[in-house]
Write a protein that binds this ligand. Structure first.
Ligand SMILES: NC(=O)c1ccc[n+]([C@@H]2O[C@H](COP(=O)([O-])OP(=O)(O)OC[C@H]3O[C@@H](n4cnc5c(N)ncnc54)[C@H](O)[C@@H]3O)[C@@H](O)[C@H]2O)c1
Ligand SMILES: [Zn+2]
Ligand SMILES: [Zn+2]
Length: 332
């Protein structure tokens, strides 16, 4: 019988206290689980909120890592051994399966939802044991690091699925961060005419030069069928509500830490639809994988930096600096 398996992983002990520690996994992979060796882990805004101490739904210590691509190196009892060696992307949500929303098929809105990397341990390390049903196989030949974009791209495929048919529509995306640009790319793929709006010069340049979008620093009024708000602040949501035509749709994708004051009178009088989105479901993850696999979405366009796991703090600092940097990957 061999002993526990040591590995390195990132832990955030308290706000602004990040370190790389040695942890261990049992020699035997738990039943129904796969042992994942991450190839790359993306750092996103929510990870920065955890480090900064302003994520509302975590308690420390936090073991981050939810934008994960890797390979299966071992499996537990009850798991088909042909999983070993497969490249996979992680769907980090853990749902109870029995609450009202789970029973209605909306497990991503589970009343007891836990997300790996926030309320449950994530996979920002050399190894992680993960329930098999949270893993999505990736097609052969996809560059390993591209799988790290599956998670943020699934936010967009979910949002566009809830937005409805946008073919031929005028769509404005507010915010040219990773999420705004995944949403913009999926909307364009779905046949929309897309304008990307950001208040930041560097981000507008990224949207225009790297992704080929028409860009602007402000939004006109009543000019769009659909507005995708991918910022999470009051000015952006107010701009989105002002931007849409009568009977238009405003997708609230940005996370609002502070309750914004919005133009409810216009929502009523113009019969606007305000639709929130949270994460994604399996079908959205699968569409994200398809878009990456057939090259319609180029994950490389988001990836700006690769930083060794042991230098995780530097990776977080780079991600925090923002500007022309979209996605920073940690490489174990
Ligand atoms: N719904 C979900 O499930 C989900 C999932 C992931 C992230 N998010 C949220 O999506 C939002 C965007 O995430 P991100 O990683 O792309 O963030 P980001 O900070 O990289 O990008 C936000 C962009 O908005 C721009 N901006 C700020 N004020 C603006 C305004 N008034 N008008 C237009 N642009 C403005 C900023 O310059 C920045 O480029 C965040 O609120 C994040 O928490 C939501
Ligand atoms: Zn994320
Ligand atoms: Zn549930």
């Amino acid at each position: 019988m061999s002993g526990p398996v040591p590995y390195r992983r990132v832990v955030v002990d308290a706000p602004e206290q990040l370190r790389v520690e040695t942890a261990s996994l049992p020699a035997e992979v738990p039943e129904g689980h796969a042992r994942l060796r991450p190839a790359a882990i993306g750092i996103c805004g929510s990870d920065l909120h955890v480090l900064g101490g302003h994520h509302p739904f975590v308690s420390y210590p936090v073991h981050p890592g939810h934008e994960v691509v890797g390979g299966v190196v071992a499996v537990g009892a009850g798991v088909d051994p042909t999983w070993v060696g497969r490249a996979v992307a992680l769907e980090p949500s853990l749902a109870c399966g029995v609450c009202r929303t789970c029973r209605r098929g909306k497990y991503h809105l589970c009343e007891d939802l836990r997300v790996m990397g926030f309320q449950a341990p994530g996979a920002m390390g050399e190894l992680a044991d993960v329930p098999l049903d949270r893993l999505h196989p990736l097609p052969d030949g996809m560059p390993a690091e591209h799988g790290a974009l599956v998670e943020p791209l699934a936010v967009a495929t979910h949002a566009l699925r809830l937005a409805g048919d946008v073919a031929g529509c005028d769509v404005v995306v507010l915010g040219a961060g990773t999420i705004g640009l995944t949403c913009a790319v999926v909307a364009r793929e779905d046949g929309a005419k897309v304008l990307v709006v950001d208040t930041d010069d560097a981000r507008r340049r990224v949207a225009a030069e790297r992704f080929g979008f028409e860009v602007a620093s402000t939004v006109g009024e009543q000019a769009f069928d659909v507005a995708l708000e991918c910022v999470g602040n009051e000015p952006a949501l107010r701009s989105a509500i002002a931007a849409v035509v009568k009977a238009g749709t405003v997708m609230v994708i940005g996370v609002h830490g502070h309750d914004p004051a919005i133009q409810a009178g216009w929502v009523q009088d113009r019969e606007l639809r305000l639709q929130g989105t949270l994460m994604y479901q399996t079908e959205d993850v699968q569409r994200a994988i398809e878009l990456l696999a057939d090259g319609r979405v180029d994950a490389g366009a988001w990836i700006d930096a690769r930083v060794p796991l042991e230098e995780a703090q530097r990776g977080y600092d780079l991600a925090r600096a923002g500007g022309a940097t979209l996605k920073v990957l940690l490489i174990p």
